[in-house]
Design a protein around this ligand. Sequence first.
Ligand code: NOJ
Length: 542
Amino acid sequence: MTARDEPRSGEAPWWRDAVIYQIYVRSFADSGTRGVDGVGDLPGITSRLPYLRDLGVDAVWITPFYTSPQHDHGYDVADYRDIDPLFGTLADADTLVATAHDLDLRVIVDLVPNHTSDEHAWFRAALAAGPGSPERARYLFRDGRGPADAPGSEPPNNWQSVFGGPARTRVADGQWYLHLFYTTQPDRDWRNPEVGDMFADVLRFWLDRDVDGFRVDVAHGLYKEASLRDQVLDEDPATSEPKESMVARTLRDEPMWDQPEVHDVYRRWHEVLASYPGERMNVAEAWTQTPASMAKFVRPDEMSQAFNFSWLLADWSAQAFADVVTGTCEALADVGASPTWVLSNHDVIRHTTRYGGGPAGLARARAATLTMLALPGSSYLYQGEELGLEQVDVAPEDRQDPSWLRHRGATGEVGRDGCRVPIPWSGTSAPYGFGPGEGQPWIPQPADWASLTAQAQTGDDGSTLEFYRRALAARRGLPATTAESVRVDVDGDLLTITRAGLRVLLNCGESALPLPPGDVVVASGPVDGELPGWTAVWLTGQ
Ligand code: NOJ
């Protein structure tokens, strides 16, 4: 048993108040050991772990690195028990985990239980075995509908894929399979017990390799309403696409999301995690409709945490942020779970850009981050936000996100490539130290990133990187606090959060406000006797 395996005596488990840094594996660091391909890999991550330790995070969450044809950049898994050659080997994964633990960093891996790749052995077997076979019963194959003269020629229901277009694809023998995402991501049938058994084994496979936890993809989607009834759609007649955005559709009450049976899966996984030494955890990616339905995923015998996307979806205003904090804390108090907070990830527009871009967007993003970091619970950071990166306007010919490839602009959505551009580490031109070689990585980097590299920002007190380092170091010095003890006040543009040992002030307006007495622990921008617009500060004393 290592020190990491021993419960922290008298303290809450590590994940209840951790800062977790999300690594998008293709875009973090390319070691070049897999060839000069401009794609990040596991040895690249391992080589940069000291940077993350020095940044001051507690854990990393690594997006899927399993064998995959990469149609959704790893979220289409062909083999859950192996590493894609693009990223390395199982030995590289073991080295990564061991190196992280030596540096006192925990490792969370990404689990994709809702769907497999169409190259997964089970899906290939399902295609080969044909209608009515036990192999087909692991997925959601159905006969189609259609007029009397062409029976089966239309999909069995009207479900739309999150990436656009119908969520059904027909195979050669005439049946249709369900894919809530890309056509190459068939959904499993979680009502088949074989699926649950297989997944419990996958969990054990990675727990045996000493990972500390799992981020669970589409955790609210595994079960579909048994009838597979039609969904209520409001389509734009010009494009035949739903009028609502992907997020709005996902949040709406629909037969494919948030079914009650899914909670049995997480009770079973709770037992699996608890059977291992140490404080293993899981976190749900569950786009639920309300904080109350999110709280169900984190009942004491289910998952450790669930992502809370409510701040990420909120408008920029003191009142909106106050509602998010109080709404979240109240919902979770009922089940005794700790909150989570997140402002950016690999699926959404970076928060610098969401908050307006340019110097104002960056000021607001830093202020929101500093406020978030003072809240009870865990904060999830997305790679590159510590450098103040903005969403990149990736040229149409360079876009690779399947959600873009599915409709190519018909819905006005440009896809998610703009937040997935490889990280600039050093140097003055692409690939900015991301990997060896001279050329551009898998998504081209902008020409004006020289001042944003980690190297350029290191030692510059005004830089976003040094701000994150100060904020994370200050957070480590905070006394423990609970969601119940947090007080939230709004006075016009000023949001004040009072928690154990600290008052946090966030000025959401453009004009400066008086700075109350107290000692400044850390601020998101210069403060000198007053609290400038779009600035947050942590104060002690008084
Ligand atoms: C959510 C992941 O975050 C996203 O990147 C992926 O495309 C879908 N799930 C499908 O797995």
